[in-house]
Design a protein around this ligand. Structure first.
Ligand SMILES: [Zn+2]
Ligand SMILES: [Zn+2]
Length: 255
């Protein structure tokens, strides 16, 4: 009886939903465990396949793709290691993943946040469980302009899906900084110096700091430096995408 009902529903298109990413209708099917984090009821099979990253050799400190004879660590991390203890990244900032992140950030498609949070949760499987998770914060003026912090939207999805404690108040952006695009790594670091403030409660805490995209890593470095100075006992950095080159930085799409 139930099978007959399902056949009728399928024939009439009543069992179809729209894919969050491409908006085409599809009939959700249960997924096997390796894929189940990619929201079977939200993404069509085509978009799920496009969002699964390819395995590439990357730096274990900053997740930048390794070149030539580099084995575990990239050239920069060899001379200037980052202030965090571990990094987890879902994929490279290109193709469908880049598209999804641009739509989340610049078009305000917040329905994509839970999908990308599922990717973050999968990427975080290699990290030790934290005492708290938080997003890289934005300055209140920036937040008023955009209306939301895309990293915080991701962390909210992560909190729900991973049942993790969310403490967004632990780190704040206290100085408004000009856009980073077009600046050298040194200028970015100078631009960000002293722009974050951490609450004293972070002392002794194991934290995950979440962002949507890591470009040069300058923002993450400064945020982590601030948390370390305030006494965080361990810091893991979790980002959806890593830009293979700084020039691929996310900028506002052409209008
Ligand atoms: Zn789709
Ligand atoms: Zn590196």
């Amino acid at each position: 009886m139930r099978d007959t009902l399902r056949q009728y529903q399928r024939a009439l298109g009543l069992d179809e939903v729209r894919c969050t990413f491409c908006l085409r209708p599809f009939a959700p099917q249960p997924l096997a465990p390796p894929m189940d984090f990619l929201s079977a009821e939200k993404l069509c099979p085509h978009c799920r396949a496009r969002l699964v990253p390819r395995n590439i050799r990357s730096c274990r400190c900053c997740a930048l793709p390794l070149e030539g004879t580099q084995t575990h660590i990239c050239g920069r991390c060899a001379v200037d290691p980052p202030p965090w203890d571990a990094v987890a990244v879902w994929g490279l900032y290109r193709a469908a993943l880049r598209d999804a992140l641009l739509r989340l950030k610049f078009d305000g498609e917040l329905t994509l946040a839970p999908v990308l949070a599922g990717c973050l949760l999968q990427a975080s499987a290699c990290l030790p469980r934290p005492d708290a998770i938080l997003a890289v914060p934005q300055h209140p003026r920036h937040l008023c302009d955009r209306g939301f912090n895309q990293a915080h939207e991701l962390v909210r999805g992560l909190q729900k899906q991973g049942d993790l404690p969310l403490r967004p108040e632990l780190l704040q952006k206290v100085r408004h900084t000009p856009a980073q695009a077009g600046l050298t790594a040194q200028d970015r670091a100078r631009n960000l110096r002293g722009s974050f403030a951490a609450r004293p409660d972070v002392r002794g805490m194991r934290l995950w700091l979440v962002d949507d995209v890591m470009t040069t890593g300058s923002t993450m470095r400064e945020a982590c430096r601030c948390l370390k100075v305030a006494g965080a006992s361990s810091l893991c950095v979790l980002v959806v995408a890593r830009t293979p080159r700084p020039e691929d930085a996310p900028s506002a799409p052409p209008v």
